[in-house]
Each structure stands twice: as C-alpha cells, then as structure tokens.
Design a protein around this ligand. Structure first.
Ligand SMILES: *Cc1c(COP(=O)(O)O)cnc(C)c1O
Length: 395
C-alpha cells in the first residue's frame, strides 16, 4: 500500500481511507485483529519494544492494529495530532481527569454537560480533592469569574443537551489560555463533520463514539484527541495502566461508522432542520430549540462555528409533563430511548429521565421544562417521523 499523507485529503476521504495498513493478505476491507498479545522475534526485540526504543505491538491493552487504525483516522478527521480510543465516552473523560488532575486542582465545567460527566467531576474527582465549579454554558463572564489560579481546564459540550445552546469555542479557548489552563470540548453532538474544535483553539477533544460515530446504536466506545505532548505525557501512560481499552471489534465497527459519517450527518441535519421548522407551526408547541432557526439565541454563532446545525431537536409542549408523556406514548415507530445519534429516530422526556435525578430547582436553573421533549432525528422518511409525532400532538 502506498504511504499517503492523508492530511492533504478531504475529511470524507480520510474517513474512508486513512489509518489502514494492508497486510500480506492484500485484504481490501480492514481486518479485526483479535489478538491480546504479539510475538517478538527474540528476547532482545522484546526488551526494545518494552522500552519503546523499537516501535511495534506489545499487548492489546495499549497497542492493537484495528484500534490504531481507528485512532489514526479520527485524529486526522478532527485535525488533531494524536487520538487514543477508550472503552466508552465516560472512560475517555475519566482518562483526561486521571491524566491531567491532581489533588488541589480546580475545574470549571459547563452546567449543561452529559449527566454522568457532572457526577464524575463532582462525586469521584471531588472525592480525591479536585474541586469543580459549574457555570452556565453561554455566560462567558461566568466562565471567567469561575477561573482560579489552580484551574487546570475548562470543560464543555456545544451544542448542549437537550437545549442546543451554543458556546463560543474560540472565545473560551482564548480565555483558558490567558489564565494558563486548557479547553476541553466534548464534540459528540457535532462530530468533526460539523465542528472542528482544534481549529478554534481547543486543546483536547472528547468523543463518545457510541453516538454518531457508530451511528447505528451497536457499540459503546470513546476517544481523546490531543497534541502528541499531552497524549504522550498524560493520557497514554494512564490508558496503559488504567486499562479502559476499546476492543478491536468495537474499533472495527466504529471504523465503518466513520466511513459514512459525513453523509449521515448531513442527512440527520437536513431532516432535523425541516422537523424543527415544522414543529414551530404545530399547535401546542410553545418553543422549539434548534440552532438553525433564526429565533435561536446563538443562531449567528452556530452559522460561524458549525457547518450544519445538528441532528437533535428539542421542543416544549404547552401541557407540561402530561402532554409530553402523551406525545411520547402516542408514537408507534419512534424509539423511546435516551440514546441519540442513531439512524433510528429516538424520543425522550429529559425531566423524568436524563435529568430526573436533579432536584426541581436545579432542573429549572438548567432550563429543563416539564413539557420538554428531545428528538434525535434519524434517517427514516421525514414524513413518517412527522406523522408519528403529529399523532401525539393532536391526541
Ligand atoms: C453519551 C455521551 C457521553 C458518554 O459516552 P458513553 O459512550 O455513553 O460512555 C459523553 N458525552 C456526551 C455528550 C454524550 O452524549
């Protein structure tokens, strides 16, 4: 196979071709290396590989060719230097904390991040003497006011779940660097097809590959992308020791997921945009949260920062929780599940599921209305998706 510098190719090409090293079998599709360990030619070679003086595989907790291919491909697509794959998105976030934080450090985190991320920082890193302050994603002044001399990094997701609020990555990156800390962006909702956080100044990008990267709801996985230096010094040593490794089978599924990511994302976004516009016309719908709508408070920012507006739409029903549950229960095709980023459309009631563990006051502060419904728009026929929702809207 020719040694091609995939940096010179477009994202769609990288997604399909980068990271593959063809073996002596001349296979066209990338194989799954189902092996836990690797064989050395002699004792000296074993010793050299263990010290890192000679490159090569050692043990699949930290070196596996299928996983390596996934890492190389995703790093290129994000425009980052190095990627490490993990067993889940949460394992990736945990690895960043384990690699970068020590007792006495401080973190500033968006209030609107994935629920388990909040619990991880608050309950687990908190237990080891790391303090986290949570701020409003879109309030730049609040971010700056929360930064302390011992702040190690700022952590956010944009767009946020489920309200689709958008943070200015470039502005927060500058702010982080001014104060000597790092900016970490969980890019799960956008994927590199819609948003490139490194190009805007972010230092670390996180993925839950479970969502759009798989795209068909099969496997759980995650990734951390960062500079060579950060990966070498802080993240890789933790992965090698901590062991929350991605399995070669899952890496193989995610590799094929990446191959269709660009076309899928565009189709998800087109349908979501149409659905959002349609929902604004529907009786009983008070408010539609979608960055593509000119009424969205950060519409201009979304236009600047993203190539498309995303595949998630949320909306508030006049009738509160009863109306939301009625709508959800009246669907016959759409899956009632909290997962997202699937070719199958999914629907969820945040106030009683993903955000159900919050107190009513905290939920209100987070802007989660009892009538709020979140839809991850899939790739079924759009008229069928509308029809399934219309049933519950008129009931
Ligand atoms: C799902 C999700 C995670 C966690 O990923 P898992 O693969 O489920 O561990 C993290 N961040 C965001 C934005 C998510 O949606």
């Amino acid at each position: 196979m020719k040694d091609i510098d995939w940096k010179n190719y477009g994202l769609e090409t990288q997604a399909i071709r980068a990271g593959q090293r063809r073996t002596h079998e001349d296979e066209h599709s990338l194989p799954i290396f189902a092996t836990s360990s690797y064989v050395f030619k002699n004792a000296e070679e074993a010793a050299l590989r263990f010290t890192g003086q000679k490159p090569g595989n050692i043990y699949s907790r930290f070196t596996n060719p299928t996983v390596n291919a996934f890492q190389e491909r995703l790093a290129l697509m994000e425009g980052g230097e190095r990627c490490l794959a993990f067993a889940s998105g949460m394992a990736a976030i945990f690895a960043v904390g384990m690699g970068l934080l020590k007792a006495g450090d401080h973190v500033v985190c968006s209030r609107g991040v994935f629920g388990n991320t909040v619990l991880l920082f608050q309950n687990y890193f908190g237990k080891f003497g790391v303090e986290t302050d949570f701020v409003d994603l879109i309030d730049a002044d609040a971010w700056e006011a929360a930064i302390k001399p011992n702040t190690r990094f700022l952590f956010l997701e944009t767009p946020s779940n489920p309200l689709m609020e958008i943070a200015d990555i470039g502005l927060l990156a500058k702010m982080a660097h001014k104060h000597g800390c790092l900016l970490i962006v969980d890019n799960c909702f956008c994927t590199p097809v819609l948003q490139k956080p490194f190009a805007l100044g972010a230092d670390i990008v996180i993925h839950s590959a479970t969502k759009y990267i798989d795209g068909q709801g099969r496997c759980v996985g995650g990734a951390v992308i960062a500079s060579n230096d950060l990966i070498e010094k802080s993240i890789y040593p933790y992965l090698r020791t901590g062991g929350a490794t991605m399995s070669p089978f899952n890496a193989w599924v995610f590799l094929s997921g990446l191959e269709t990511l660009a076309v899928r994302m565009k189709a998800h976004c087109d349908s979501a945009f149409e659905l959002a516009k349609w929902l604004t016309q529907c009786p009983g719908v008070n408010k539609v949260h979608y960055p593509g709508l000119p009424t969205h408070p950060q519409h201009e920012l979304a236009l600047r920062q993203q190539t498309h507006f995303g595949g998630i739409v949320s909306f508030e029903l006049q009738g509160g929780k009863d109306a939301a549950w009625k709508l959800i229960d009246a669907t016959e095709m759409i899956s009632i599940t909290a997962n997202l980023g699937d070719v199958k459309t999914t629907i969820t009631h945040p106030a009683t599921t993903t955000h159900g563990r919050l107190t009513p006051e905290v939920r209100k502060l987070a802007g989660i209305d009892d009538g709020l419904v979140r839809v991850s728009v899939g790739l079924e026929n759009l008229e069928d998706i509308k029809g399934d929702l219309a049933r519950g809207l008129s009931s």
